[in-house]
Design a protein around this ligand. Structure first.
Ligand code: NAD
Length: 287
């Protein structure tokens, strides 16, 4: 029997880290990688992250038993469209690592309906502000949640197969529907990035009036806005592929701000104290 061939498509931070973990956990697999530019391909071969590299996606795809797409979500959908036009191996298992899941699941179900293709969405919930294969790390996902989203094109055993392939990530795997994934990550990740960016832009606007303001932006402001340095390309993309959930969060949060605004205007100091006390107790219970 020939070796199982795993294609890592996109050798960035996430693709490179997955390649490292898969190769470490399964020396018996043949791990291949597609990347458009040459420097990451050379790096991956020299660091022995993979066994074979190419800029020819189609040639690697038709030889693969498992394909993991590690691109921005809309680009992964374009690669799915390419895959749908190729003579793939029967029962090929396709996954991705994108930060939203409903768009890609919908596309996969439409493109591969009736075909011998299995699709399971994936989102390893760890990362870094760094990008590129040079920053990749086999332990990037250690103890992080790795969410797998089933589709109409998958069975429970397909999720189990993917978990085995990815076992050396040492991530905590959980299965969620794409809708659950996108709703929850809007609350804990996507919307907080909007708030962090808005806080920074707000301080900048105010600094036009009082330029010394920025020098006072320490402590709490720094803690709350660290993530505002994240990649604008990635975050614009993520919000565009989870608009309804993010807009719901903005509406809900606006109501909360209005409520506390009224309490302050009405000098309701006890109620304001309870607002902070509730948050303080809830925050202390969070992992
Ligand atoms: P990255 O910038 O490090 O890598 C992106 C990859 O996409 C590179 O291989 C690049 O060559 C390729 N690429 C970009 N445009 C291309 C094009 N037009 N044609 C061919 N290839 C192209 O990004 P990353 O951090 O590895 O992110 C990959 C996916 O993982 C994204 O969907 C992201 O949302 C998701 N994700 C990122 C993090 C994180 O913190 N970085 C965490 C979890 C999930």
């Amino acid at each position: 029997m020939s070796k199982k061939t795993i294609l890592i498509a996109g050798l960035g931070l996430i693709g490179g880290s997955l390649a490292r973990a898969i190769k470490a956990g399964h020396p018996e697999y043949h791990v291949t990688a597609y990347n458009r530019s040459q420097a990451p391909r050379d790096f991956a071969m020299q660091a022995k992250l993979v066994d074979e590299v190419s800029d020819d996606f189609e040639q690697l795809a038709v030889a693969a038993d498992v394909i993991i797409l590690n691109f921005p979500v809309q680009l992964s959908i374009k690669f799915l469209e390419t895959l749908a036009s190729l003579p793939l191996k029967p029962d090929v298992l396709i996954s991705d690592s994108g930060s939203t899941k409903q768009d890609i699941i919908n596309s996969a179900e439409k493109l591969f309906s009736g075909q011998a293709v299995r699709f399971v969405g994936g989102h390893p919930m760890a990362g870094s502000h760094k990008t590129g294969v040079i920053a990749s790390d086999a332990l990037l996902f250690e103890n992080a949640y790795y969410i797998l989203t089933p589709s109409l094109l998958s069975k429970p055993e397909d999720l189990a197969e993917l978990k085995l392939i990815l076992s050396e990530t040492h991530a905590k795997f959980i299965d969620l529907s794409a809708a659950e994934h996108d709703a929850m990550t809007a609350v804990t990740s996507h919307f907080p990035h909007v708030v962090a960016a808005a806080l920074v832009n707000n301080a900048d606007d105010f600094s036009d009036k009082m330029p010394f303001t920025k020098n006072l932006a320490a402590g709490g402001f720094r803690d709350m806005t660290r993530i505002a340095e994240s990649s604008p390309d990635m975050w614009a993309e993520i919000l565009m592929s989870n608009p309804d959930n993010v807009v719901d969060q903005i509406d809900q949060f606006t109501d909360k701000l209005q409520a506390v605004k009224h309490l302050i205007q009405e000098q309701q100091s006890d109620a304001v104290w309870h607002f902070f006390d509730q948050a303080s107790k809830l925050r202390a219970q969070m992992p």
